[in-house]
Design a protein around this ligand. Sequence first.
Ligand code: ZN
Length: 476
Amino acid sequence: MAITLTSHGAAGTVTGSKHLLEVQHSNGTLTRILLDCGMFQGEAVRDVDTDPNRSFGFEPSSIDLLVLSHAHIDHSGLIPRLVAEGFAGPIYSTPATHDLCTIMLADSAHIQEYDHAYDLKRARKKGKEPEADGPLYTVADVEPALDLFVELAYETTEEILPGITLTYSDAGHILGSAAVHLTLNDGERTVRLTFTGDVGRYVDRILPEPVPFPQADVIICESTYGDRDHPPIADAEDELLRYVKEICVANKGKLIIPAFSIGKTQEILYTLNSLSNDGKLPRIPVFVDSPLAISATQVAREHSQLFRDVVRAELEMDPDLFSFPGTEFVRAAERSKQLNDIEGPCIIISASGMMEAGRIRHHLRNELGDPANGLLAVGFCAPGTLGARILDGAEEVKIFGDTIPVKARIMRMEFYSAHADRQELVRYLSCQDPKKVKEVFLVHGVDHSLEGLKGLLGSKGFKKITIPHRGQHFKL
Ligand SMILES: [Zn+2]
């Protein structure tokens, strides 16, 4: 059995997660397993001559099976395109990931169509031809992709192809997120491969800790925070309350919180809900202005058995941990527009987290120019995204073609990160005997994170640590 690993995304970058395993069995059969099918976002798209989302680097119809780690778009976002281009195999995911993908891929398809229509309009205005052929995929491409999903619960082993088994373990990153464990056996030799997907925190407020996993021979490990540690999370409630008081009470301004629809939004709502239950939250309207975030919050409610024990226990006292007096979930676009005219302080939680798409951009266009307002970033913004430019201190930014001065106070709460930091990644891998691991591939990080983690894991006894380039082949 010969196994080749090729990373077609999240190699030297944090988006576009796509790792191809080609297994040549001794009986001559060749199987191809794709781990994740993520979309490139931000700088990764702008920095190359050809849009990496438009060429997979392999033939979609040649893939036998897709194994998905979790629902984030940079891991799942190109699934509809993969299916539209000929992939017809099963797509394995946990049940919660399936539910989240159902809402996220539809949302992503809307964004693709919207962005393409916008590009066309702009190109026509300038008398130019549009650059791209069409949207990456359309709403019509989503349903056929969702039909291919096969659910597999955590810690259940299934033979997914002859001689190949799959087990998921809880990675604690977002609802339903999993590390992927494959055992490949053709009677000659056995290779145990673990793909961490994205690894969560040991201090997440809602989700349980990442679960230790069986000994692996090969590990593909994420490196997002491979060279950094997060500040302690213990005072998240206090810090959030302080920002609310400074912006909404003292300044009478609007506190804008761009948040990923999945994970971050629920964590902020959960924190505000706790403050409200404790009688500490000032009486200010809180708007959750994102249909996707509202749907994701509903999915979280439906999968509450996946929460931490202490959080599940809270449900007995408070059956809805994501809403409290003053919360308004805004689905209708009309209502969203009305928020522009609201006088007085409020909190607006809206997507997307990196501020690249969605309703958040309307709020930023309206509110960034007012020094009484605050923008609270609660997550990682990939280089090149609007969020990264604002956090880097840009004095003005372009939104929908308008130049907007950045006068609002820019704040950041790193500890809401859904990603394990350097020490947590080491802790996650501490279930492994490093001498038994033949090779570790570091993916899903930028150069300094990858190099930082490489050095650290080397000092922990891992012998061979490789940082793959996109399209580079490795024999396992
Ligand atoms: Zn993720």
